[in-house]
Design a binder for this molecule. Structure first.
Ligand code: NAD
Ligand code: ZN
Length: 342
């Protein structure tokens, strides 16, 4: 097992990579624990959840709403949760974001921890203390920063995960490698197939290295005042693609990263050869780097976010593998570049 720590304003979060859901009771403080999970996790791994009070949610991004949070509050009331009750989320990013937000607000704050059951939740969503829900189609518009007391990354849980979900996690791992860890990048370059087939020793290594990149950034900028923006690499375009093309988050982010790489070359920041290496790695991990896209639609989607992000947006480019640069780009420049590159 590998252990990493995040020092947040609300406390220390310990991330345990290679620990098992079976040992959950060793980490929850003495008093009553309520588990929040979803139907899929419960179907595959429910036997490991027996003995706890359970709140079982539906699945899918459209349950990430205040209504679901209210339904969690109602269950907490029924279970007579009090200040000493501990909330354990067992699930992917959706369960963690919802449970973390519900715990942070019920009785103004209940202590909570996560057992991350998807690759994406292990390397990304469970790490860093952002909790929250969507509002009127805007992602994660309502939320709070609050660190879970612990995050258990149980590698065995990933065996039941659909391959599309593995790809989504892989895209975030590549993102972390590209923005912060050239050695992780090389490890992935050497072993794409073993990574995809979830070879345990390799998996523990790449998950740990990937979390380390995010943890280091969060430790320096918990509240996203500057450096944390690096984590948006591939996501400006990625989110727009996800919304307009009905493709998975991982594929959208992969295309977003490929676009950011092209933009970096065009801006004379990144060499052609490094750009090729990044796109080859994505390709070898079965992630897309090229597609037929309706650019007008995508630009509209980015533009729709203008209300929220203002007239210029922060766009993460690269000077090299492991060297992200946050640039500011106006909406009209972006439109031109999208037009040129696609
Ligand atoms: N808080 C953050 O910093 C942060 C960062 C990145 C993403 N997120 C959020 O995370 C969410 C996406 O997370 P996700 O990709 O984990 O999605 P998810 O929670 O929807 O999980 C993906 C699917 O896998 C199923 N599942 C989960 N664990 C399983 C297992 N072990 N075996 C079989 N099926 C399993 C789920 O039921 C779901 O159908 C988004 O809402 C995103 O906004 C948050
Ligand atoms: Zn992402």
């Amino acid at each position: 097992m590998n252990i990493l720590e995040i020092q947040g304003q609300s406390g220390i979060s310990r991330i345990l990579i290679g620990e098992s859901l079976r040992n959950l009771s060793n980490y929850v403080p003495g008093a009553k624990t309520i588990i929040i999970t979803d139907k899929n996790v419960s179907r595959h791994h429910g036997s490991l959840l027996s003995g706890f009070d359970l709140i079982e949610l539906e699945t899918g991004e459209n349950i990430k709403t205040l209504q679901t949070v209210e339904s969690i509050y109602q269950k907490l009331l029924e279970y007579q949760a009090d200040r000493t009750t501990f909330i354990a989320a067992v699930g992917g990013g959706i369960v963690c974001d919802l449970a973390g937000f519900a715990a942070s607000t019920y009785l103004r704050w209940l202590d909570f921890g996560y057992v991350a059951s998807t690759l994406l939740a292990q390397v990304d969503a469970s790490v860093g203390g952002k909790t929250g829900v969507n509002l009127q189609g805007y992602k994660n518009l309502v939320g709070v920063f609050n660190q879970p007391r612990f995050v258990i990354c149980d590698l065995n849980l990933l065996e039941t995960l659909p391959s599309e979900e593995i790809l989504s996690g892989m895209a975030e791992i590549v993102k972390h490698a590209v923005i912060g860890d050239p050695e992780l990048f090389e490890t992935l370059e050497r072993n794409p197939e073993s990574a995809l087939s979830l070879r345990k020793d390799l998996l523990e290594k790449i998950i740990t290295a990937s979390i380390q990149v995010k943890a280091d950034i969060v430790n320096r900028d918990e509240k996203e005042k500057g450096e944390r923006r690096k984590l948006n690499f591939g996501h400006t375009l990625g989110h727009a693609l996800e919304r307009t093309q009905s493709i998975s988050h991982g594929k959208a982010v992969s295309l977003g990263m490929a676009f950011a790489v092209d933009l970096s070359v065009r801006s004379q920041l990144l060499s052609e050869s490094e750009a090729r290496r990044i796109k080859s790695l994505l390709f070898n991990l079965k992630l897309p780097v090229k597609t037929e896209l309706d650019m007008a639609l995508i630009f509209d989607a980015i533009n729709k976010d203008k209300k929220r992000i203002g007239d210029t947006l922060h766009f993460v480019c690269l000077r090299g593998i492991g060297q992200p640069v946050i640039t500011e780009i106006s909406m009209s420049e972006l439109e031109m570049v999208i037009h040129d590159l696609c």
